[in-house]
Design a protein around this ligand. Sequence first.
Ligand code: ADP
Length: 397
Amino acid sequence: MRHSLVLVINSGSSSLKFALIDAVSGDARLTGLGECFGLSDASVSWKYDGEKSSFALEATGNHHQQAIDRLVLLLDELGLKQDIIAIGHRVVHGGERFSETVKIDDQVLAEIEALSELAPLHNPAHVIGIRAAISAFPYLPQYAVFDTAFHQSMPAKAYRYALPEKLYQDFGIRRYGFHGTSHFFVSLEAAKLLGKPAEKTNVITVHLGNGASICAVRNGQSVDTSMGFTPTAGLMMGTRCGDLDPGIVDFLINKGWSQAEVQQALNKEAGFLGVSGLTSDCRGIVEAMEAGHAGAKLAFEIFTYRVAKYIASYMVALDELDAIVFTGGIGENSLPVRSEVLKYLKIFGYREDATGNANARFGEKGVITKPNTPMAMVIPTNEEWVIARESMALLHA
Ligand code: ADP
């Protein structure tokens, strides 16, 4: 039986992730990653039918194009190429221009490129990946799915900073928010679990991965989120600092730090890594904390305290709250993180159900609070599936 497949591409500056998604079941038939682009050891690895393989790219040249060309050969060898009906690209920044998924044409591509000013690390890389995909699959419709789109429903009081209006008008300085596909997906899945229509569902979605953000979802729409003008804002993350007194940047520059050094410290050397001095990985933090490492303990405490503070503050954005929804690598798997966050929320009536918390791991969803208390749940995210589904929806529109 033939299947309809959507190729999902997430092109980064030195990497390219791909997944071939069955448009009906949502299953990933093939997943892969090209990495070390720009270096002599660039390669592409993939997983198909439980088997892993990899392929070295040429030492030099356009690695995005090489990776996609190799992918085309692979899809041909596996007999999957002719079943692909669309390509969906993850695009980090859609600015105020894109509040939903769009079909990519020359105009859209130019607009994504123009938004590079707001996402200098991401949008230029997406454009390279999109161009490579168009040259490899010129006959297929291609769609852009934006991380920022879900948050375009935020009211001005949530998205505007208390800065001179001119900065918003001249430069578009405002809160955009990211991880939109994930917040959108888990809010829909939460609605299903709650047995409510999405447009009547009110949840606080808590995406905790290497990057982390929280979103207040009111009647199915994002009304506030913790990442801001850039993905550095909000929660503490693997290597990002999250919210910070802007005076600290000033102070360091006055101390003679360059802008690049400050950026490096805030984005790559902060968070779990910076506070613990050990690792950016939550598992490593928890293990070290349990072994008595003081830095790891402090990192865990700052992280969980801040998550709980954000959840509490987002209650003012909602008239009612059906559930707190944990997702992302940490949110889906880390019992101690979820347990600690719920302890901080005791004043609101949250009570952990230890069995529920222990069961909702490794891809299992479930409620993690006791019956007849305010509800928290775990729902594994699936951003590739959202990208495939959004692409399919437009294809059939
Ligand atoms: P990304 O933002 O890069 O997509 P992920 O969503 O994959 O990141 O999350 C990565 C984080 O999830 C890491 O901090 C990792 O330690 C954490 N994580 C993954 N599995 C577990 C686990 N079993 N227990 C605790 N933390 C986990």
